[in-house]
Design a protein around this ligand. Structure first.
Ligand code: SF4
Ligand code: SF4
Length: 404
């Protein structure tokens, strides 16, 4: 007897997808050109054609639980060759954006991060917090722009011990907890996926080995990014990403040293470093190199994004992260320049904007494209463990493949 499966589309999901970049998904007529052209799609159940039809049918659970949405590097080759202009590369990015919102709460933050109309609220949270701090310290000094002993020191207005460290410490804890919940949800959904039966013997790779391979090939060397091609747009994306990544590593090391010397200096006096640091201090040099790396990386990525926006359009998600990193970088550099030029008013105002933008980068991280740093690594490790490898690699290693 034939059984009938009833599909219950989630219409709200289709609407959400269209809001975050999947506007053209209904144009797809399932020709599969995109799956054939994709340089990193595996031979077994290739993407993104199947994701296009799941999205058209409104099968939210199916696409949000699909490990393949995290394998895509958004190189845009499928979009370029799609005969219907259905924009499959954008659709894959839109699916990841919806997945960020579903993985962990609070849901309202995920919703706010999905549209430009909520941007004022996202700015208002840190703006009010740091303004309250400024009002308190300003009233203690009797001026909003204090220069005791002729020195401009940001710590006068935004003291590390009582404002910056507790605020960013709490934000970091919130982000860590959100990622913990997001990764737990992700692991649960992957576990609930139908099992694949293997004909012959196939020893599953350990998750730790898979994780190390991903960290080495996708994060440290960005080697796997080359699988998307070495044409000019992919090269710009590769250079921009790797520069941004290592610049952030440099700035993270600087922040770690500053926090360590500051707090340990309270116990062991000689560890305390004098602030502001001299320009030739190695920690300061590393910070300035990090800032230069950020600017160069941002130029590469912005140029590429502008070209991609002309070709495929772009969403609020695409610009939120890029714009926030630009503001963090420029306000960081300008506040330093104004401080060295001894312009107290401008230094403090620009530093206030710098703190707002850093908060927007860190506290909203799990719902921004930077969230992929964590979710993508977890999904890729899982995909490797399952043996989901790209067509190119599978062809090269075909005598080692198992029938799935
Ligand atoms: S997205 Fe375009 S290329 Fe892919 S299956 Fe649909 S119509 Fe074909
Ligand atoms: S954007 Fe690139 S990596 Fe992503 S599905 Fe399309 S061709 Fe594949």
């Amino acid at each position: 007897m034939t059984s009938v499966s009833r599909i219950e589309p989630d219409l709200g999901f289709i609407q959400d997808l269209q809001n975050v970049g999947g506007l053209d998904l209904n144009k797809c007529y399932q020709c599969a050109t995109c799956s054939v052209i994709c340089p990193i799609s595996p031979m077994d159940k290739p993407f993104p054609r199947k994701e296009m039809i799941w999205a058209q049918w409104g099968l939210k659970d199916k696409v949000v639980q699909d490990v393949d949405i995290w394998l895509c590097h958004k190189c845009g080759q499928c979009t370029e060759t799609c005969p219907r202009g259905a924009n499959p590369g954008e659709l894959m990015a839109a699916l990841r954006n919806v997945a960020y919102q579903s993985l962990a709460g609070p849901r309202f933050l995920g919703r706010w991060m999905s549209s430009a109309k909520h941007l004022p609220k996202l700015i208002a949270i840190p703006a009010v917090i740091f303004l309250i701090v400024w009002l308190i310290t300003g009233s203690i000094y009797g001026t909003p722009f204090p220069t005791p002993h002729g020195e401009i020191e940001f710590g006068h207005i935004f003291p590390g011990d009582f404002s910056i460290d507790p605020i960013f410490g709490l934000a970091a804890l919130f982000v860590l907890y959100t990622f913990y919940r997001g990764i737990s949800t992700m692991a649960q959904t992957f576990k609930e996926q139908p099992r694949t039966f293997v004909v012959g013997f196939h020893r599953p790779q350990s998750i730790w080995v898979s994780l190390w391979q991903v960290i080495k090939e996708e994060v440290i060397t960005h080697k796997k990014w080359r699988d998307c091609g070495t044409e000019e747009p992919e090269e710009a994306k590769f250079k921009g990403h790797i520069l941004l990544f290592y610049s952030f590593v440099a700035l993270f090391i600087v922040t770690g040293i500053v926090a360590f010397t500051h707090w340990s200096g309270k116990v062991v006096g000689f560890l305390d470093m004098p602030y502001p640091m001299a320009l030739w201090n190695p920690v300061k040099i590393l910070a300035n190199l990090g800032a230069i790396g950020l600017v160069v990386g941002l130029v590469y990525l912005t140029k590429r994004r502008l070209n991609a926006a002309q070709r495929d359009g772009s969403s609020f998600y695409d610009w939120y992260l890029l714009a926030t990193i630009w503001v963090v970088t420029l306000t960081g550099i300008l506040s330093e320049i104004f401080r060295l030029l001894h312009v107290a008013g401008l230094s403090y105002i620009v530093y206030y904007l710098h703190l707002i933008s850093v908060f927007m980068l860190i506290a909203y991280l799990p719902w921004s494209k930077l969230g992929h740093l964590v979710y993508r690594v977890v999904a890729l490790a899982h995909a490797r463990r399952l043996g989901r490898v790209s067509t190119e690699i599978s062809t090269e290693q075909k005598n080692q493949l198992y029938v799935l």
